[in-house]
Ligand binder design. Structure first.
Ligand code: PLP
Length: 459
């Protein structure tokens, strides 16, 4: 697999500090073996997340200078509205400060207490906000989505038949609607086909339900559709985006992903003035006046430019190619991962790589710690550490898979950086049986993976 070269050149550089193995050991001990507590300066290659960590272009930075900071009716707001209307085709578009702000505004308006929301898989903050609004989130991904070893083109698809069974079984009054996450972040950034979005739309129409797109990675999803769904081989990314959004009634978006800004989010409503009216009240209460929605004018301007840049096919080919290159190197080294590689990074199957570590000792976290100690690479657990305890019994819960996520920031790292990551994983794989499991010495009641203290388990 050949690396697809960057369709840009470097204009500004940010020096990185190199550390010794001894310094990294000390830093990890001080951080209670939790990468979130490291100082970013102690990290060489930071693959913790692709959220808000992308590099903006010279055009975006220039747009920041022309941002209009008027409280209401700013020029930058109208610029963003024009771009969003053209791209998504929705009547109402609303900036907010990030993705979870959109969730906080939208779900209370559309949820009656106790109602279910169905999804191809909820992202954790979305799941959280459905719960806070009194709703009950249900994940119904297609069976291939949870099988890490076999290839499928669209592992992010919803299981539409299972959704219909659920609706029939519980009664349509008990269902608030359907959320489709594109790409499906939690199962590994796996794409969702337009065919699946259309099938969900048809199901929702049959039962009179709303469909919401959680569209943080809409452009990466569209590029996968172009590459893998025959009907769209000759379509532009813009056309595929339009067709995808046409299958939903609302969208919520973290703009910190594909729109390549460091902070921002959006809400869109296709054509429902009643819903728009209710959303506006929440926006003003939580985010600020409608024409800035928690963002500075310069942020609106950078977002307007970023949304357009996200559609560039040369960029998307390179972007998806980075993950695929890293995946190909890992395959050669015999390191198991969610296959095929998703849009925003590689999900290494730590459960398979470290079979001697039981899930109660967090294989995904163990590999993340080891990667840092080996080469200063920060990643994170998407496994049983991320799973909180059962809210009722307080028993630990086993995740469906024990992943270590290597999220790739946009336009930030080079091929040589990815080689450092692959080399480090190869070295760890060669001494996999010596990697220790971890136990928790302190944890908060919820969202423990951010702040928990851990220590290695002595063999
Ligand atoms: C990141 C993300 C969110 C939350 O967005 P924030 O900007 O982090 O608040 C919601 N949904 C998906 C699919 C995401 O990837």
């Amino acid at each position: 697999m050949k690396y697809i070269a960057e369709p840009f050149k470097i204009k500004v550089v940010e020096p990185l500090r190199m550390t010794t193995a001894e310094e990294r050991r000390e830093a990890m001990e001080r951080a209670y073996f939790n990468g979130f507590a490291l100082r970013a300066e102690e990290v060489y290659i930071d693959l913790q997340t692709d959220s808000g960590t992308g590099a903006m272009t010279n055009t975006q930075w220039a747009a920041i200078m022309v941002g209009d900071e008027s409280y209401s009716g700013a020029r930058s707001y109208y610029h963003l509205m024009k771009v969003a209307e053209d791209l998504f085709g929705y009547a109402y578009n609303q900036p907010v400060h990030q993705g979870r702000a959109a969730e906080k505004v939208v779900f209370p308006v559309l949820t009656k207490p106790g109602q279910y929301w169905l999804s191809n898989t909820f992202f954790d903050t979305t799941r959280g906000h459905v719960g806070l609004a009194g709703g009950r989130p249900v994940d119904l991904v297609c069976p291939e989505g949870l099988d890490t070893s076999t290839y499928a083109d669209f592992k992010g698809d919803a299981d539409v038949e299972a959704m219909e069974r659920f609706i029939v079984e519980h009664g349509v009054d008990q269902i608030a609607g359907i959320v489709m996450t594109i790409t499906n972040n939690t199962v590994g950034g796996q794409p969702v086909s337009v065919g699946n979005l259309r099938a969900v739309r048809a199901l929702a129409d049959q039962y009179g339900l709303l469909v919401i797109l959680d569209a943080a990675r809409f452009a990466e999803n569209a590029m996968f559709v172009k590459q893998r769904e025959a009907e769209f081989a000759d379509s532009t990314i813009e056309q595929i985006t339009r067709e995808s959004f046409a299958q939903a009634d609302l969208f919520i978006m973290s703009a910190k992903k594909d729109a390549i800004v460091n902070m921002g989010g959006m809400i869109g409503v296709r054509d429902n003035e009643e819903i728009v009216g209710k959303l506006k009240s929440n926006v003003i209460a939580f985010e600020g006046y409608l024409t800035y929605g928690g963002l500075a004018g310069r942020d609106l301007e950078a977002l307007a430019v970023g949304l357009r840049e996200a559609l560039d096919e040369d960029y998307l080919r390179y972007r998806l190619g980075q993950g695929q290159y890293l995946g190909a190197r890992l395959e050669k080294a015999g390191v198991p991962f969610q296959n095929p590689v998703g849009g925003h990074g590689v999900f290494v199957d730590a459960g398979k790589l470290l079979p001697h570590i039981p899930w109660q000792q967090f294989p995904g976290h163990a590999l993340a710690v080891e990667l840092y100690l080996e080469a200063g690479i920060r990643s994170c657990d998407i496994g049983s550490l991320l799973m909180d305890r059962d809210p009722v019994t307080h028993e630990p819960q086993q995740a469906p898979a024990e992943f270590t996520r290597l999220a790739i920031p946009r336009r930030v790292y080079t091929q040589a950086h990815l080689d450092v990551v692959a080399d480090a994983l190869e070295a760890i794989a060669a001494r996999a049986d010596q990697v220790p499991g971890y136990e928790i010495t302190w944890e908060p009641p919820v969202l423990r993976h951010f702040t928990a203290h851990l220590r290695p388990v002595k063999p």
